[in-house]
Design a protein around this ligand. Structure first.
Ligand code: COA
Length: 257
């Protein structure tokens, strides 16, 4: 278990906390492994009726740790060996309700994991983005299907291709969230929804969720996306983008072939 992921079980709700606030909860491979364990436990443990995903600090998550991208991009390791894929599979297969409490930034997988949540509470002024293009990457977590399905092709393409953020109110209006509330009400609103769901008939809820999602098809798509993501991650244009981030400068794609 990573020190940056904490879990507690109370009243049937497994609360999973991203706890790396100094790095805006950017997710490392160790954190993905711990998140995978939490989701796998949630699925197997009858005491867990609902899962609440939340984060410490002012941001939900700045997405994948870019230092990890650099390390993995320069290795020969196959992308599917990365802990992130264990987490994505666990998300696709989770058949218990997943609720998210989102404040501040939700970037990259910080947003795409919300597409696997059943109830999403965002702060009015949260900022959600999928700027894979800024890092010369490609969509993941079945977001190439789930994002356009949720908000329509043109909006989804704009989010992917321009990499700009939408706020919490827009996320609500576009169907990415159930509630947009002031920041100081996000945690209580999400926790209250999680408790209410946890009190419902568990097998009825599980069967409802299973009927609404095709876990096998989602996992198959995640693997197809992983091929595009993995080859981009090792590309010169992505390496230029990762180095630009660490050097706090704009990337230069003018020489990309
Ligand atoms: N990976 C690794 N470190 C990250 C990170 C990431 N994805 N996102 C933020 N951090 C680190 C920053 O490097 C900084 O570290 P430092 O204090 O050691 O310099 C710290 O977290 C705080 O981030 P900072 O950029 O100073 O905060 P901000 O409020 O100005 O901006 C973000 C917040 C999220 C907008 C900005 O950090 C960002 O754009 N991060 C990258 C997001 C991204 O592209 N993720 C991958 C998507 S595929």
């Amino acid at each position: 278990m990573s020190d940056n992921i904490r879990t507690t079980l109370e009243g049937g709700v497994l609360t999973v906390t991203l706890d790396r606030p100094d790095k805006k909860n950017a997710i490392t491979q160790a954190m993905y492994a711990a998140l995978s364990e939490a989701m796998e436990r949630a699925r197997a443990d009858d005491a867990v009726r609902a899962v609440l995903l939340r984060a410490e600090g002012d941001s939900f998550s700045a997405g994948n740790d870019i230092g990890d991208f650099i390390a993995i991009g320069s290795q020969t390791e196959q992308p599917f060996d990365m802990a992130v894929f264990r987490y994505l599979k666990a998300l696709a297969e989770l058949d218990k309700p997943l609720i998210a409490a989102v404040k501040g930034r939700a970037v990259g997988i910080g947003l795409t994991m919300l597409l696997h949540c059943d109830l999403v509470v965002v702060a009015d002024d949260a900022l959600l983005s999928v700027p894979f293009v800024n890092l010369a990457l490609a969509p993941e977590a079945a977001s190439s299907l789930l994002l356009p399905a949720a908000i329509g092709h043109q909006r989804a393409f704009e989010l992917f291709a321009l990499g700009e953020a939408i706020d919490g109110r827009t996320a609500l209006a576009w169907g990415l969230a159930n509630r947009a509330v002031p920041t100081d009400q996000v945690e209580t609103t999400a926790a209250e929804l999680a408790s209410r769901i946890a009190a419902r008939a568990p097998n009825s809820i599980r069967k409802t969720k299973r009927l609404m999602r095709d876990a096998e098809a989602l996992w198959a798509l995640m693997q197809r996306e992983g091929e595009a993501f993995g080859s981009q991650m090792k590309s010169p244009e992505a390496m230029e983008a990762f180095m630009a981030f660490t050097q706090k400068r704009a990337p230069d794609f003018s020489k990309a072939g």
